[in-house]
Design a protein around this ligand. Sequence first.
Ligand code: GDP
Length: 295
Amino acid sequence: MFENLSERLERSFKILKGEGKITEINVAETLKDVRRALLDADVNYKVAKNFTDTVKTKALGMNVLTAVKPGQLMVKIVHDELAKLMGGEATELHLSGKPSIILMSGLQGSGKTTFSGKLANMLKTKQHKNPMLVACDVYRPAAIEQLKVVGAQVGVPVYAEDENKNVNEIALHAIQEAKAKGHDVVIVDTAGRLAVDESMMREIASLKDAIHPDETLFVVDSMTGQDAVNTAKEFNDRLDFDGVVLTKLDGDTRGGAALSIRTVVTKPIKFIGTGEKMEAIDVFHPERMADRILG
Ligand code: GDP
C-alpha cells in the first residue's frame, strides 16, 4: 500500500536533503511536489492544499532555511502533519452496553461481512469477549450463508432468521438471545447496495434507531479512492456513524481515502483490513501509518 506515494514523497525531499544551501524556492518547489503526489494518490483537493499550506507555515516558523538538516526537519514536519491528518491518536471502540452492540454499514462488497468476522475474532481472542454475529443482510440468501461460514471459521455463533425480512425484528430478537445466552457483544451485519440508495439508507437508519448501537461503523473499500470519501460523507450525513473501517489496504491502494476521510467526514478511522483472512485486521494507528508512508 502507498508505494507510489512513498516513492514520490521521497523524491520530493531529495533536493532538501542534498548538501547545498536551501532557498525558499527549494522549499516551495518541494511542497508543490508534495501536493502533486498527494493529488495523484487521490487525496481530496482541499485536503491536499490545506496540508501543504500548513506544512509551509510550520517549516518557515521552524526556520527550515537555516536548519542544519533542513531535509530531515521537513520530513519530520510532514510526518507529524500526516499523522494529524489521519486523526493523531488511535481511537478505541466504546463498548459499554450490556450487551454492547456494533452496527456495520457500508456498500455491498466493501467488506462488511468479512470485517464482522474479523472483529468478532479479535474481540474474542484479544479481549476475551463472548461475541455473537447477527445476519441482517436479508436480501441475498448467500449473504446469510457467508456470515455463517465466517462465524464458523472464528468459532462465533451467528443469529439468523432465514424466513424473516424485517431486520429490526431480527436484530431485536438477536439482542434478547444474546442477553439470555450471556453474549457481551452483538455484531450486526447489514445489507449494502452497489451504490448509495434511499431504501438502504432508510433501512439502516431505522435499524440504528431501533437497536441504539454503542458503535456504528462504516466499512469502506480503500481501493475506491475519492469515491470512498464521498460515500463516507453520504452515510455519515444519514447515520452519524462513530468510526470508519478501511478495508483492502493490502491491495494496490493509493492512499487517498486514508488521508482524506478524517478531514472530510470528521470521524476517526478505527480499523483497517489487510487481507481476506480472519486475522487480517489492525487497529488504525495514524502515527504508524505516517511512518509507513514516509518509509
Ligand atoms: P460485504 O458485501 O460488504 O459484506 O463484503 P464482503 O465481506 O463479502 O467482502 C467482499 C470481498 O472483499 C470478499 O471477496 C472479501 O474476501 C474481500 N475482502 C474483504 N476485506 C478484505 C481485505 O481487507 N483485503 C482483501 N484483499 N480483500 C478483502
